[in-house]
Structure formats: C-alpha cells, structure tokens
Design a protein around this ligand. Structure first.
Ligand code: FES
Ligand SMILES: [Fe+2]
Length: 389
C-alpha cells in the first residue's frame, strides 16, 4: 500500500480530482490561468518600511507553520530557530505537550541554547547556569541565596502561543495572541492537511540557504513557467513545464504540478492510482512556507526575512513518511534532500540574488506576472491585504 492510501478517502478523492485536471491540461496543452496580467511594483520588494511592516504583522502577529511534530519526536526534544530576530525554542515537555518559548534566559537575557536540535531534560544557561525544565520552569540557580525574594514561578521561560494540529507545529511569535489553527487554515485546507498523516513523519535533515528579499525567495515556488529554462536539466526532466493546477485556500494556496509520467495513469483503473507518484501537490502556507507532499517524504521550506530588506534565509527540511530504519532508506532520503537543496541553491536562489541586484538597478518599476502564474497573483494580493491594509 502506498503512502497515498494512508490518508482518509476524501483526501484521496481530492488528489485524484487534481490529477485529472493535470492530465487534461497536459493533453490539451493548457494550464490554469488567472483572469488578468498582474503588475507588482518593485518597491514592494525594496521598501524598508513595507518590509518592516511585513516582519511585524505577518511574522510577528500571524500564525506561522514552525515545523512538523517530528521535529520534537520525544519528551525533552527541542528545536531552536530565529525568526525575524525573535529566538524561538520549541520543546516537547515531559508531559508530551509541545510548547514554544522565547529562547532567552530570564536572569540577564542570554540565549538558553544555540539554534539547533537535540534532546535534554534540563536547559542550563551558558552564562550563570540558571536551569529550566522541559516545560519552561526555572528549577535551579547557583547561589540561590543571593536572589532573596526571587519568585521562581515568575521566572520561567517566556511562553509563546503554540498549537500542534495534524502533526504540524503552529505558533505566533507574540506572547498572549490567541491562536486558532483551524480558523487560520480555513475548513478545506484544514481537512486536507488532516488527511496526510503528518504526525507520523520523522525529521531527517535541514539545510539553511540564503536568498534575496523574502518575497522574492517565495516567488520561486509559485509557478512552473521557469522549469524548461532555469531547471532544464533538473526539475524539467521530472515535471512538465508551464502546467499548473492552482487553488486558493483563503490566504493559502495549493499548486499541482504534473510529473512526466502522469499520462501513464490513463491506462490504469482509478482504484490503482497513486496520485502523488504522478504529480506534486505543493501547499503554500501563508505567509512563508511551502509544503511539498511526496509519497515517501515531506519537504518543508520556511522562508524567513533576514536582517535587511534584501536578504532572507530558507530552512529546508526533509521528513520521512515512513520509519527511517535502514541504511537504504537513509541513502534514499539523503539523495532526495540533496537534489532539492542543490536545485534551490544552484538554480533558483543563485538567480534570486541576481534578481535582487536587478531590482535595485532601477531597470523595472514593476514586475509582470503572466496569467499562467496565478499563484504569484494570489500571494502578493494576500501580502497586501494582510500586512498593508
Ligand atoms: S543570563 Fe542566564 S544565567 Fe545569567
Ligand atoms: Fe524553481
């Protein structure tokens, strides 16, 4: 039984319908189209005030997909990462509950742990060794008698909103802001994510890759129009050029891309189809994450604004949909993860830095998104709507 069959039936129905749309596009030489050509002002990528507002509103106040449950496989597991200057520490507590904290010591502000992953029962600050447990409580400090009257219960790690839903970790980077993931996703996407069994995914590897402005980096994920040119000898060998099935899910979206073997399905009864072997279903979780679901793996690309308007970092993580229990499996996952990393690094983001420079040159006052690039239209409309209205 393939991984497609693991999901609930409604999801299988969705994936089959998506595959049929893609087969029709390939047969007819068509693709999903937006109604109009879209013009995006270049200042939307270069204006520091706009960028600052996007950091504050989209990254500081909105729900973000922070990873999968497999990032925190066991009690005591942690993952630390920095998003828009906010150091975040995710820990699965001894009680099994995943929590999010600001990765800052309550004594005098040192980081509790470097950006990385691991597992431990006690989190001891490197500076003066104040120590916290897996649920963020301050459980020890050297020379405690020097801190007369210190209420330990008020000096636990600063907690941030976190919700674990459908095997995914969702958070908001401002304390106390209400978080409702089902509402943020909307009914249809919430149901679709519920069918993928993300909770059983095991984390395998993450890479960090530099690019230009965060929206310019995001732009690389929304269309298939560039496959035959930029990815001539890589993605284009696997996936059709310039064919997309686009669906908006509120501010989010799904992009279906047909694989070169998609027409083989025409000769097989539908009950035998494993859709994800013949097309890619890639979700863009607003504002900054691409989730690629393949039969054997899930790829999460988190695009994070860097310290300046023209920089960003993408954390690209590969998760296995089946247990990583053999060398053969590890080799397979490693090959897959490196292939995608190299395409992004050497093709998409290699060009991304140059496009960033091109935007600064003043040659264009706007970028033009064709009707065959509907995902770009939707993404930039949603950024305007959520951050700038
Ligand atoms: S800053 Fe952490 S123990 Fe002093
Ligand atoms: Fe690309």
């Amino acid at each position: 039984m393939g991984a497609d069959s693991v999901g609930k039936d409604p999801l299988r129905g969705e994936m089959i319908a998506l595959t049929k749309r893609l087969i029709a596009h390939v047969e007819n030489g068509t693709t999903d189209h937006a109604n109009d050509v879209f013009r995006e002002p270049v200042t939307n990528y270069t204006d520091t005030a706009k960028w600052q507002r996007e950091r504050e509103v989209l990254f500081g106040k909105s729900p973000l997909l922070l990873g999968l449950s497999g990032d925190l496989p066991e009690p005591g597991s942690y993952r630390a990462l920095t998003i828009c200057d906010i150091p975040v520490l995710l820990i699965r507590g001894d009680d099994g509950v995943a929590r999010s904290f600001v990765n800052v010591c309550r004594h005098r502000g040192a980081p509790i742990i470097d950006d990385e992953r691991g597992k431990q029962r006690r989190y001891t600050c490197v500076y003066h060794a104040w120590t916290y447990d897996t649920v963020g409580c301050l459980v020890g400090l050297p020379s405690a008698d020097a801190f007369d009257g210190l209420d330990r219960s008020e000096h636990g790690l600063r907690q941030l909103p976190l919700e674990e839903r459908h095997g995914m970790l969702w958070g908001i980077l401002t304390p106390g802001v209400p978080l409702n993931v089902a509402e943020w996703l909307g009914e249809a996407l919430d149901r679709e994510f519920g069918g993928f069994n993300f909770g059983s995914c095991e984390w395998f590897v993450s890479y960090s890759i530099d690019a230009a402005n965060w929206k310019l980096a995001m732009d690389t994920y929304f269309e298939a129009y560039h496959f035959a040119s930029l990815h001539r000898n890589t993605i284009n060998l696997i996936t059709y050029n310039d064919v997309i099935a686009f669906d908006a899910f509120e501010q989010h979206q799904r992009n279906g891309f047909p694989r070169r073997n998609v027409l083989e399905l025409r000769d097989r009864p539908e009950t035998e189809w494993e859709p994800l072997n013949h097309m890619s279903s890639i979700y863009k979780v607003f504002p900054n994450v691409a989730v690629t679901v393949a039969p054997e793996a899930v790829l999460i690309s988190q695009v994070l604004p860097g310290p300046t308007v023209d920089t960003s970092i993408t954390i690209q993580s590969t998760y296995s949909r089946s247990p990583i229990d053999s060398d053969e499996r590890r080799v397979e996952l490693d090959k897959r993860a490196r292939f995608i990393r190299d395409v992004i690094l050497e093709e998409d983001y290699f060009l991304n830095h140059k496009i960033g420079a091109g935007l600064r040159s003043g040659a264009n006052d706007h970028l033009t998104f064709g009707r065959n690039e509907p995902g770009l239209h939707h993404f930039h409309r949603m950024v305007e709507e959520f951050a700038h209205r």
